[in-house]
Design a protein around this ligand. Structure first.
Ligand code: ASP
Length: 373
């Protein structure tokens, strides 16, 4: 008798329920996992990123200047207010960085000396080497700010930001520009955008390189310009926006090591003008100058009357570098005994020659240095 083929029992609800339970458990576990992840993300978003640690080296200038009245924009004393008061006067700094400060000096920047440049470079190198520092701001009078900034550019070795700032109006003035310049400089020094850019100059929301920028106006708050190359970028609501990068950036590459150097070689600047004679050049040589910068006319030219004195200086091993009084453009060479400043202004060429002379007195090596920096 043929046995009736057993029809498979219909699936009961029990095994089906078991599968559903396993799935349910699986989905529940997944859900919990996703929830946990989400809450972790939300918690992470709630924890503010640590503030950058920015150290201020204060040297004085108009940013620390004080006058009798808020309307006194020129009759004031630069280098009057201390760094602690400057920091306290800008409460917004506490939202931008963990700010510390030290008073290097408190003077009119017309009185800055090469000894102070060496001191500043030493401090900056030491402080930037500390893991607890993310960037440095130097507050400075605007008259010689560009020289100090370029000196630091050539002597500070770090990829961390160094920003030099100042102000055109004293701290007591109506519409003083110092507080915002200080805040912007701290924001820039604490930013990743400012890393590996060399020393930067920040005033009036404009970010310039130390090498290229110069003070172009006696009183305008927008006095700092880079006539040949323009700014690197701008500060926008506290964030830097950088649009171009410097190629001649020695901060991370080879620069001058001034550790252990207590004095810089004397280098003087000779102005040129129609009808001049060699009196100034002879006097500088007599005074023991080690290098001369000629602020030439046009593309680095000068009256024939001073050529014998310049040739005499260069023949004695005193390098003669020719720059231009025009304020922009590249200066090229007319006499192979001398050296061309390229796009450096006379005052920047002086800084570079002082540093070059700490390494060599050879004319060709110095000329090569002038093409590099
Ligand atoms: N004479 C002042 C100085 O350079 C000018 C300024 O800071 O704007 O210290």
């Amino acid at each position: 008798m043929m046995q009736k083929k057993k029809t498979p029992a219909p699936r009961t609800a029990i095994p089906g329920s078991r599968i559903s339970c396993t799935r349910l458990l699986f989905f529940a576990a997944c859900g919990l996992f996703v929830l946990a992840l989400l809450s972790l993300t939300v918690a992470a978003a709630d924890v503010p990123a640590p503030l950058p640690r920015v150290h201020i080296l204060a040297t004085g200038g108009t940013i620390a200047g004080a006058a009798q009245n808020s309307t006194d924009l020129t009759g004031y004393r630069p280098g009057t207010i201390g760094i602690e008061s400057l920091i306290a006067s800008v409460p917004e700094l506490s939202g931008a960085a963990e700010v510390t400060g030290e008073q290097v000096c408190n003077i009119n920047s017309d009185d800055i000396t090469p000894a102070l440049w060496l001191d500043l470079a030493g401090r900056a190198n030491r402080i930037l080497a500390l893991p607890g520092t993310d960037g440095i701001v130097v507050t400075h009078g605007t008259d010689t700010l560009e020289e100090t900034a370029y000196f630091l550019d050539l002597t500070v070795k770090s990829d961390k930001p160094v920003v030099v700032t100042g102000a055109m109006r004293p701290a007591t003035a109506l519409s003083a520009d110092g507080p915002l310049n200080l805040l912007s400089a701290v924001q820039l020094a604490g930013s990743r955008e400012a890393k590996e850019k060399g020393v930067l100059v920040l005033l009036n929301g404009e970010i310039n390189t130390a090498r290229d920028t110069t003070k172009t106006s006696t009183q305008s708050t927008g006095a700092f310009r880079s006539p040949d190359f323009g700014p690197l970028g701008y500060m926008v609501d506290g964030r830097p926006q950088i649009y171009r990068l410097p190629v001649q950036n020695p901060t991370t590459g080879p620069a001058f090591n001034v550790t252990g150097i207590s004095a810089l070689p004397r280098v003087d600047i000779v102005a040129t003008y129609p009808g001049m004679d060699a009196a100034a050049i002879d006097a500088f040589v007599q005074a023991g100058t080690e290098g001369l910068i000629v602020t030439g006319m046009g593309n680095g030219e000068y009256p024939a009357a001073i050529v014998p004195a310049l040739a005499n200086a260069s023949g004695r091993g005193i390098p003669v570098v020719v720059a231009s009084r025009t304020g922009s453009g590249i200066t090229t060479l007319h006499d192979s005994r001398f050296i061309a400043a390229g796009t450096l202004s006379p005052q920047k060429a002086r800084i570079l020659l002082m540093l070059a002379l700490t390494e060599t007195h050879d004319r060709d090596q110095i000329a090569e240095i002038f093409t590099r920096y």
